[in-house]
Design a protein around this ligand. Structure first.
Ligand SMILES: [Zn+2]
Length: 306
């Protein structure tokens, strides 16, 4: 996280048309649900503009939107969030809008959080969870999907994860590549279950040489052979199941299922306090500092600037 960039953009409002910093505050526009919106004027090209804080052209207040996202990841269904809003806000939002907010902002924030490097411990555990998804509500077809994820045992940070249609070589390598990018220089042990695909994928991603030299170790724990369980990832899966059971399975396309799960890992890493470490995993794993109580809002604003 670069705080210098942050400060610079806070002071100078750059013209989106000619990129000039020579801008001044202009009029304020009154909106129905988002209050007053500051307009700026560029003294070089004479155009006026508003700053996109991540909520540009949204019809609802950022507070309401982030509240909806937060409730959703705390286990409240989109229909219940909608009913709650109906009682407290004059403008009604459908449960579909709440779903759209979740997908939109999970994608936006994960574009930023995916780039963060992790000061991880030595061991990362990787595993898969099976999910069912009704691909098209008109058809009876249920697709059997996989969520492949990984956790750093020391900071409990969910390092890399993705929702896939299968769990083959390609998919496992994609997740391992994320793990390598984020934890390189720290990680020395990759722990997996007995799934054979891991062995080759780890060699491929982390390098045959590094495994041969013992710089990276593949720790295979085969539960069916009575070798125990991978505690940290099993606990993570319990938390994920607890939260995702209210979704009653996924509906629609694979991309939105993936976005929902991206949002979950943001919730897990940055929003909710982890019971064992008594803080959020990001506080141990990254240099990022979040200062406000509404961390969804803060993360959206940071993502927009970076
Ligand atoms: Zn300009």
């Amino acid at each position: 996280m670069n705080n210098n960039i942050d400060k610079k953009q806070e002071v100078k409002n750059i013209c989106p048309i000619c990129k000039s910093e020579n801008t001044i505050k202009w009029t304020k526009r009154k909106t129905q649900n988002r209050g007053l919106i500051q307009r700026y004027k560029c003294k070089d090209c004479n155009k006026t503009f508003v700053i996109d804080d991540g909520f540009f052209r949204m019809r609802n207040h950022p507070k309401k939107i982030t509240c909806g996202i937060d409730l959703f990841y705390r286990g409240v269904s989109t229909r219940k969030v909608q009913e709650h809003f109906k009682a407290f806000y004059p403008q009604n939002s459908s449960h579909k809008s709440i779903y759209k907010w979740v997908v939109k902002y999970a994608d936006m924030v994960s574009n930023f959080t995916d780039k963060l490097k992790i000061n991880s411990g030595k061991e990362i555990q990787v595993d898969e969870m099976e999910y069912h998804r009704r691909a098209n509500t008109n058809k009876k077809g249920v697709s059997k999907d996989w969520f492949i994820d990984s956790i750093d045992c020391q900071t409990r940070f969910m390092v890399g994860s993705k929702y896939f249609k299968s769990r083959g070589k390609k998919e496992i390598r994609e997740v391992l590549t994320k793990v390598k990018y984020k934890t390189e220089g720290y990680v020395t042990t990759i722990t997996t279950d007995g799934l054979l695909t891991y062995e080759n994928s780890i060699k491929k991603v982390f390098g045959y040489y590094n495994l041969k030299k013992g710089l990276i170790k593949h720790n295979r724990v085969n539960a069916s052979k009575g070798e125990g369980f991978n505690l940290y990832i099993e606990r993570l899966h319990n938390s994920i199941r607890e939260r995702t059971k209210t979704f009653r399975g996924f509906h629609g396309c694979i991309e939105s299922a993936d976005s929902i799960m991206k949002g979950y890992s943001i919730f897990y890493n940055f929003i909710r306090k982890h019971q064992s470490i008594k803080c959020c995993p990001y506080e141990l794993a990254t240099d990022l500092k979040l200062n406000s109580e509404n961390k969804w809002l803060e993360l959206i604003q940071i993502s927009k600037k970076n």
